[in-house]
Design a binder for this molecule. Sequence first.
Ligand code: BG6
Length: 452
Amino acid sequence: MTENDGRFPDDFLWGASTSAFQVEGAAYEDGKGASIADIRTKNEAVLVSTDHYHHLEEDVQLMHELGLKSYRFSISWSRLFPSGSDKTANPLGINFYHRLFDLLKQYNIEPIVTMYHFDMPMGLINDYEGWVSRKAVDAFVRYATFLFEEYGPQVRYWLTINEQNVMVFSPDILGIQGENSRDIFAKAQQANYHMSLAQAKVIELCHKTQPHAQIGPAISYITALPASMKSQDLMTAKQMEDLFSFSLMDVAIKGEISPYYNNMLKSNGIVLETEPYDKKILKAGIADFIGVNWYCTTVIREKGTHKENFFENIEKITDPDLLHTEWDWSYDPVGLRYALQQLQDRYPNFPIMITECGWSQRESLTNGKVRDTNRVAFFKDHIYQIGKAIADGVNVISFNLWSFIDLTSVNDGLEKRYGLVYVDWKNGSKRYKKDSFYFYQQVIATNGGILK
Ligand code: BG6
């Protein structure tokens, strides 16, 4: 692709994403057990939500009409293993995902399957504090082994853990509780370590048992911009990116924990519990590609309060020149190109799959239509910048926008909509195609050509 010709590689995977607890509904139906996501979301949003569980055929038919080449979704761990430690899997749960795989195959849509998206079975959290305990490593490997055996032949792209970094940053998503913020922070770092070990083991297992498949993590990358060109602000922005995103990319791509992350632990007085062979485990589980969830840039600076914890010492500044969502996420397409080029500099030619990217707003129907002009513009501008990054040599293999359909937000319930398909929550979850649906349909049909 040459710059500005607007075309993407012929085998580019144009996709869309969702996650289980955010779309399925049926939170306690057909034998499914509670996950931390169900408990944390607390409202009826997870009980019905998009009700994808009962609209499966209709939804995959819409994906087909949209022209999707790939669909990124997650499997609900507690739909298969209600308590997390059950000896056998729940047959109704197994069957639900087989139906989904079969439908995707029928329409030639590539499944991109996330194993774990914020929804650890509550049983494991109640039994031993979930990821805080090393027992969770084995539980995740058992679960992944089952996924490989049951669904392996249908899957070419696996994603291990969605946004490990966001969970560590918001430890309530891991179900972590503690006596004080210091205690919670230390537990979250131990959980982080266990997730990295579990992921490495699962990657190694995938390489051994699923030679036709590729596997990687999905990591949140919030591109941090310095508040000024002063070296201290540049350093703060760099540290933010290093500690929040690159530390985990380094684990997945290099198989090691970077010195800057270890230094952060040291300066917070945290000593992780490790075992002698852990370094070998990490080295044996190197990802094939990196999933990147990218939404926006954020301008940050140091507060100057000199707290030991770096993350407590920074503040976000809103750039008045950029448009923001109601929830303060910026609209910064050039930021995406910059982010992709940063990844290329850091991990030359390593395959990048954009696993999330999208625009949220409140919306309502007018005569059965949703004129989501901002979202259309958002995708137009951001996809254009991805094209430029590809022309500059960044190895982007797929773009999966967030989200295929309106769903329950992680923190903001049902009002915050991201979908290409509108869901009328009050009227039987009826679906309507938004303007962005038709726009993305054209993008896919022309392989990006309409962006020229
Ligand atoms: C990512 C998550 O953090 O961002 C998604 O992987 C989430 O699950 C998305 O929905 C948007 O965040 P929010 O809080 O607006 O739902």
